[in-house]
Design a protein around this ligand. Structure first.
Ligand SMILES: *[C@@H]1O[C@H](CO)[C@@H](O)[C@H](O)[C@H]1NC(C)=O
Ligand SMILES: *[C@@H]1O[C@H](CO)[C@@H](O)[C@H](O)[C@H]1NC(C)=O
Ligand SMILES: *[C@@H]1O[C@H](CO)[C@@H](O)[C@H](O)[C@H]1NC(C)=O
Ligand SMILES: *[C@@H]1O[C@H](CO)[C@@H](O)[C@H](O)[C@H]1NC(C)=O
Length: 267
C-alpha cells in the first residue's frame, strides 16, 4: 500500500534535506582523527598523502613526506624523541630502542606494558660472537627482529633499534665490552653484517644466499640492499643502527659522562 502522493513528496524533501545537511557537515568539519595516533597513515589519513601510498616507491614516499614538513617540524625530528606532526597524522616517535641481545626494556621507545610482556633474552654478544658461527648469529638476529617487529605491530616498540654494538673492545675499563663482538675487527665486521641483515629482514634480495638460505630464516622478507636499487622491492622489516659512531669508550667515570665529555680526537 503506497502513501498518498503528497506524503511521498514530503518524504522526498525530507530525505533531500538530510542528505544536503550531511554533505555540508562533512565538508565543513576538519578530519576527525585520534589526537595521539600510534601509527602514521592510519585512517583518515591513509588516502590523503603520497607518503601513505603503498603503491609508490619508498624513495617517492620519503620525498613526499619531507616536502610536506615545515622547517620547524623538521627541526623537531632531530632528537631521539621526535615530535608528532598532528596535521599529517604523524605520531611522535622515539628513535631510542635497544636490541643488542634481545628486545630490551632500556630504550624509552620500548615498553612491556601491553599484550607483549617479555622478549627472548639471548646470551651476551661477546659470548655469542665466541661461537664463530655466522649461522647462529643470523638466527639470533632474525629471532630478535621478528619479536621486535611484533612489538611494533601492537604499538609497544618502534621500527628502529640501536643495535648491534660494533665498537671494538679495546679497553675493559669502558665497561660495555660484553655487548660487543670483541676486539677483533674482522669478527666484529662479520658479526655486524649478519646481525644487520637478519634483523632487518634480509631475504631473497641479498645475493650470495647468505640469508634465508635453507635455515628457514627470513624466507619471505626481502631486503633492499646494495645489490638491488630496485625501488619496487619490498622495504625493510625494521632498521638496525650500528653503534657507536666514533670516539666512544667513555661511559660514566668520576665527574665525566659521555653526554657532556668533550673528547678532542687526534687522528
Ligand atoms: C597511489 O599511487 C598509485 C600509483 O601512482 C596511484 O595509481 C593511486 O591512485 C594512488 N592512490 C591514492 C589513494 O592516491
Ligand atoms: C625531548 O627530550 C628533551 C630532553 O628531555 C626535552 O627537552 C624535549 O622537550 C623533548 N622533546 C619532545 C618533542 O618531547
Ligand atoms: C652453527 O650454528 C647453527 C645454528 O645454531 C648450528 O646448527 C650449527 O651446528 C653450528 N655450527 C657449528 C660448527 O657448531
Ligand atoms: C623491480 O622489482 C619488481 C618486483 O620484484 C619487478 O617486477 C621489476 O621487474 C623490477 N625492475 C627492475 C628494473 O629490475
Amino acid at each position: 500500500m503506497s502513501p498518498p502522493y503528497q506524503w511521498q513528496w514530503q518524504w522526498k524533501l525530507l530525505f533531500l534535506f538530510i542528505f544536503l545537511q550531511t554533505l555540508t557537515l562533512s565538508a565543513s568539519q576538519p578530519i576527525k582523527a585520534s589526537p595521539n595516533p600510534k601509527f602514521p597513515c592510519a585512517p583518515p589519513y591513509h588516502n590523503l598523502y603520497p607518503f601513505c601510498n603503498l603503491s609508490l616507491p619508498t624513495a617517492s614516499r620519503a620525498h613526499s613526506l619531507l616536502s610536506l614538513l615545515t622547517l620547524p617540524e623538521k627541526i623537531r625530528q632531530l632528537c631521539s624523541n621526535a615530535s608528532a606532526v598532528p596535521r599529517l597524522g604523524l605520531p611522535e616517535y622515539l628513535w631510542w630502542s635497544e636490541s643488542v641481545h634481545g628486545v630490551a626494556a632500556e630504550g624509552p621507545g620500548v615498553n612491556f606494558a601491553g599484550p607483549i610482556e617479555s622478549a627472548t633474552n639471548f646470551p651476551q654478544v661477546l659470548v655469542a660472537a665466541a661461537a664463530f658461527n655466522r649461522t647462529l648469529w643470523r638466527a639470533i638476529a632474525a629471532a630478535i627482529g621478528v619479536e621486535a617487529r611484533a612489538m611494533y605491530n601492537v604499538g609497544q616498540a618502534g621500527l628502529t633499534f640501536w643495535a648491534p654494538d660494533v665498537n671494538l673492545f679495546v679497553d675493559p675499563r669502558w665497561g660495555r665490552g660484553q655487548e660487543t663482538p670483541g676486539e677483533d675487527p674482522m669478527l666484529a665486521e662479520a658479526y655486524g653484517i649478519e646481525y644487520v641483515r637478519a634483523f632487518q629482514g634480509g631475504g631473497g634480495g641479498v645475493s650470495g644466499g647468505r640469508i634465508g638460505d635453507g635455515d628457514g630464516v627470513g624466507e619471505k622478507r626481502v631486503m633492499m640492499g646494495e645489490e638491488s636499487e630496485n625501488e619496487s622491492d619490498d622495504g625493510l622489516m625494521l632498521s638496525a643502527c650500528c653503534k657507536h659512531y666514533t670516539a666512544y669508550d667513555l661511559e660514566n667515570w668520576g665527574s665525566f659522562a659521555r653526554y657532556n665529555f668533550n673528547a678532542i680526537v687526534s687522528l
